[in-house]
Design a protein around this ligand. Structure first.
Ligand code: NAD
Ligand code: ZN
Length: 349
């Protein structure tokens, strides 16, 4: 097999192949990118193991990968904001730009979003890929390609903490210490949260949370969510102003509501079962606001500024590194739940 544009293609459930593909040419407003680093996300693994996420079903072969950085290798017509050789982070979702949501600045809600590695759109786990130039963010020299790729999950933290209204002196609870919980710890601290408490059922994940700056951790062992909420209050010495739920587990969503101070905010980041029973009267009479988030909107510039200025350090999230040729091995490690963030290097050896 030649290896001009080696590409990781998911044919169907459990069938991930590495194949050479033609190098794509950039259209108007697009750039061709020589891919550098791509992080594996839980959703990539889920498409591989299940062939679908909810109503998004892999019906035709799809390239995986959406947490990525690259070097601009060719400009399409009309591109003036980038030049060949620029190092960039790629915001993976390109919206329609004309609908009500796009025009009102909430393009993450655009019904015509083309998002990398969400069927039917290809991702960028390949040697070459083309993308809208205005969804590529130029990296300063001192920001690495790995950090550039990690702006994707970090942007989820920026958006969740924006929606939560995290500010100076807030006490914050983060439920679930996977990659998404961890980026929420980092952004909450960077935005001035005084104390961040983190829950998980897994001790090693809680150790990582402590390593990156969590002030308190609670290992969830009790099956009664209101009891877990009491444990959290004891450990924090107060009920948190804000809770950011990042596990998607039904019990954890219940804990999030019980744990939050009256008048506070619960942000639901984790996506689990479609329908979950929640203590809605408890939330209602205590005026606890429950807010959802979907990915991020206008968050890449903030995420990049936080990394470039040293306000947050995303490097400790990376636990494994593979080459593009070893993508199947990398996905197997991710499926086994090893480590936190697995990175794949796409440039040729
Ligand atoms: P992950 O599976 O790596 O992390 C989830 C963590 O929650 C794990 O460490 C797990 O041990 C922990 N957990 C499980 N049950 C728990 C409980 N009862 N109490 C506390 N912790 C518990 O996943 P991730 O990549 O970190 O993503 C987290 C969630 O966020 C997923 O549901 C994902 O689908 C979702 N997500 C949502 C958005 C969005 O736009 N809303 C974006 C990205 C990810
Ligand atoms: Zn739109």
């Amino acid at each position: 097999m030649t290896d001009i544009n080696l590409t990781a293609i998911l044919y169907e459930k459990d069938d991930l192949r590495l194949e050479d593909q033609p190098i794509p040419e950039p259209g108007p407003g697009q750039v061709q990118l020589k891919m550098e680093q791509v992080g594996i996300c839980g959703s990539d693994v889920h498409y591989w193991t299940h062939g679908r996420i909810g109503d998004f079903i892999v019906k035709a072969p799809m390239v995986l990968g959406h947490e990525a950085s690259a070097v601009v290798s060719k400009l399409g017509p009309d591109v003036t904001t980038l030049k060949v050789g620029d190092r960039v982070a790629i915001e993976p979702g390109v919206p329609c730009r004309t609908c009500h949501f796009c025009k009102s600045g909430r393009y993450n809600l655009c019904p015509d979003m083309k998002f990398c590695a969400t069927p039917p759109y290809h991702g960028n786990l390949a040697r070459y890929y083309v993308h809208a130039a205005d969804f590529c963010f130029k990296l300063p020299d001192h920001v690495s390609f790995e950090e550039g790729a990690l702006l994707e999950p970090l942007s989820v933290g920026v958006h969740a903490t924006n929606r939560a209204g995290v500010g100076l002196g807030n006490t914050v609870l983060v439920c679930g210490a996977g990659p998404i919980g961890l980026v929420n710890i980092l952004t909450a601290k960077a935005k001035g949260a005084s104390f961040v408490c983190v829950t998980d059922i897994d001790e090693t994940r809680l150790n990582k949370a402590k390593e990156i700056g969590a002030d308190f951790v609670v290992r969830v062992a009790n099956s009664d969510p209101s009891k877990v909420a009491e444990e959290i209050e004891t450990v924090m010495g107060t009920k948190p102003d804000i809770t950011i739920e990042c596990s998607g587990a039904a019990k954890s969503i219940q804990t999030a509501i019980y744990a939050t101070r009256s008048g506070g905010v619960v942000v639901l980041v984790g996506l689990g079962q479609d329908i979950v029973e929640v203590p809605v009267v408890n939330a209602g009479v205590r005026e606890v606001d429950i807010r959802g988030i979907f990915r991020y909107v206008n968050c890449y510039p903030t995420a990049l500024a936080m990394v470039a200025s040293g306000k947050v350090n995303v490097k400790p999230l990376i636990t494994h590194r593979f080459k593009l040729e070893e993508s199947v091995k990398a996905f197997e490690a991710a499926k086994r739940g090893e480590g936190i963030k697995i990175m794949i290097e796409c440039s040729r050896s």
